[in-house]
Design a protein around this ligand. Structure first.
Ligand code: AGP
Length: 615
């Protein structure tokens, strides 16, 4: 998830671009760059300074300003998915001539194949990004005599994946060509000026009119004018946007808070994390993994170590890895793992799961694992985070920047990334056939749609939440992968609504905690189908008969489950080991709504930080 901005016409482009990038930093900030068409050339500056890249870019362009009189300009702030967050990988990218500049938000799925063709044709690549291949594709078509707009149109015909792009060329100094597929792009107009941006905050106050560019549409921006066509070349009348948002509301894309925005980004986060994981032969190929198949083949035990929601993702992965790979898999809370003298060997794979890649408990646990000789693999959402850099291997979730303190889209993306790791281990250890693996991956490809369906049921969840506002004691119960779902649901309620909630294995309740069940206790049960579903329902009947108010997460149409519940949160069914990716959604929504009903700030819950860098 990156921020892009472009402007052409009667305005000073550089300060407008820098201001817009500052407004877009919530979309990503590990590097930033700007390109201007000046005196028939492309002038470009790029920096990679972590959280302060935009400020560093502003300082750099103040100290070393461009020549006066620039025409079109484009700017970009990056959240790395392909290629380390370095200045070389920062946008804008240039073609071989250095006269074309491009910025991009999204993921080009077939970038590797395109890169190979372009290099074979003599193009010289200067970055590891997927974006750069588009610059060279356009270059080739312009060399064949096409205009920037037609060359861009032709180039995008070869591209698969999600993109919002903006392209400028020194030969057409006042023109910017933009196009989009799946990722947002907004256009703006005022007298003598035309603008584009990945989303609305960047354009607030700079445009009198705003338009959204539709999927597979291309826009040509010149001073004060915008012409839109489909990628096939048919004319389009762009759809006007009526925006009354202030800046903060616009950064939330119109949602009331970042948490609800990020919950709604979950289908895309899951889809992006699944993208580009299979090679041409259909087998799993984790290009950023760094650990070789031979190293992974020697693994005889797996540890997964994490904190909070990342720990809950790890518990889901334990069930999946042991089932698919038949390797013993232990899961540990990071702050305990590092002090309990864990027994690791050089044939142990120790996986650290951390959205931020900076959590001190987890990073120190990984250091301990490495000291004990284990192979260390990190699952992180931040490219080149401290943990990712220190690890032997890495798998990135591609959820985009997560601003809300309560983890939502990263949690789902972690489960997906860890299950992809499990399938990769199964492929290497031969414990699943290629057909079995392909079948599971095909099921995983349905997850974004199932998550979207679950999200659409928020009204039902809100209705249930409205009936629980007086409840003060909650149990979350589950069996098998329902257990880590119960842990996650309880954590969400604690950290957002400040209510006492305990996640527990349903089969364990009778060994003591059932003494706590009384009238008014709310029990949230995870009753999506798995091979322990019948036992789960009998556990629920036990608490229901003792006066508990029962809320069940159940598969659509499961009337047997509904019969033992006071309220049901319906979810679309999916294979048990994948079900947490979908079943957690109503638990997030329940906690969110109860927090709002209790008047709490869901983005900044009390006492909590987004990243815990202390012991
Ligand atoms: C989850 O909602 C919490 N914000 C918290 O438990 C978080 O998952 C934990 O601190 C781990 O963070 P990490 O994934 O960045 O390591």
């Amino acid at each position: 998830m990156c921020g892009i901005i472009g402007v052409t016409g009667d305005t000073d482009a550089l300060p407008l671009i820098l201001g817009a990038l500052h407004r877009l930093e919530y979309r990503g900030y590990d590097s930033a760059g700007v390109a201007l068409v000046v005196d028939g050339e492309i002038w470009r500056e790029r920096v990679a300074d972590g959280k302060h890249s935009v400020a560093a870019l502003a300082a750099r362009t103040t100290a070393e300003p461009p020549p006066p009189g620039h025409a079109a300009g484009i700017g970009h702030t990056r959240w790395a998915t392909h290629g380390h967050p370095t200045a070389e990988n920062a946008h804008p990218h240039l073609d071989c001539t250095g006269r074309l500049a491009i910025i991009h938000n999204g993921i080009i799925e077939n970038h590797a194949a395109l890169r190979a063709e372009l290099v074979a044709a003599g193009h010289v690549m200067t970055s590891a990004t997927d974006t750069e291949v588009v610059a060279h594709l356009i270059e080739g078509h312009m060399a064949a005599g096409l205009s920037l707009a037609e060359a861009t149109r032709a180039a995008l015909g070869a591209v698969r994946g999600a993109f919002s792009i903006a392209v400028a060329h020194a030969d057409e100094p006042e023109t910017i060509v933009a196009a989009r597929r799946s990722t947002p792009l907004v256009l703006g107009l005022r007298d003598g000026v035309a603008l584009l941006a990945s989303d609305i905050p960047a354009l607030l106050g700079h445009a009198d009119q705003l338009f959204s560019l539709g999927d597979d549409e291309l826009a040509v921006l010149t001073p004060g004018h915008i012409t839109v066509t489909t990628l096939a070349g048919l004319p389009v009348v762009p759809e006007p946007l009526q925006i009354t948002w202030d800046l903060e509301a616009a950064q939330k894309d119109g949602y009331e808070d970042f948490m609800s925005k990020e919950m709604h980004e979950q289908p895309r986060a899951v889809a992006n994390t699944l993208l580009d994981r299979r090679g041409a032969d259909g087998r799993l190929a984790l290009d950023e993994m760094r650990l070789t198949p031979d190293e992974l083949r020697r693994i005889d035990k797996v540890f997964i170590v994490a904190c909070g929601s990342s720990y809950h993702s790890a518990v889901v992965a334990k069930y999946a890895i042991e089932h698919w790979v038949k390797l013993p898999t232990e899961v540990d809370i990071a702050s305990e793992f590092r002090y309990r003298d864990p027994v690791l060997t050089e044939r142990t794979l120790c996986v650290g799961v951390s959205q931020s890649g900076e959590t001190l408990d987890t990073s120190m646990a990984m250091k301990e694992a490495s000291r004990l000789g284990a192979k260390v693999l990190v699952v992180s959402n931040v490219v080149d985070s401290s943990m990712a850099r220190a690890a032997d291997g890495v798998i990135y979730t591609r959820a985009g920047l997560e601003v809300g303190v309560a983890s939502t889209k990263c949690h789902l993306a972690q489960i997906v990334a860890l299950e992809i790791l499990g399938l990769t281990l199964a492929q290497i250890h031969g414990t699943l056939t290629p057909g079995e693996i392909a079948g599971i991956l095909d099921e995983m490809d349905r997850l974004p749609e199932l998550v979207e369906q679950a999200l659409q049921r928020s009204v039902e969840v809100d209705d249930v939440a409205g009936k629980l506002t007086k409840a003060r004691d909650f149990f979350f119960l589950g069996r098998h992968v329902g257990y880590p779902m119960a842990l996650e649901g309880a954590l969400k309620l604690k950290e957002l609504a400040y209510l006492r909630a305990e996640g527990y294995p349903a089969g364990e309740l009778k060994h003591g905690p059932i003494a706590l069940i009384e009238k008014g206790t709310v029990v949230v049960g995870i009753a999506t189908r798995n091979r322990l579903w019948e036992k789960m329902l009998s556990n629920i009947a036990e608490v229901h008969s003792r006066g508990a108010t029962v809320v069940l997460v159940a598969d659509d149409g499961d009337e047997e489950a509904a019969a033992v519940a006071d309220h049901v949160l319906w979810v679309p069914p999916c294979p048990p080991l994948l079900s947490p990716v979908v079943g957690v959604v109503p638990l997030q929504q329940l906690a969110y709504r109860l927090a709002r009903l209790h008047g709490h700030d869901v983005d900044r819950p009390r006492n909590l930080a987004k990243t815990v860098t202390v012991e």
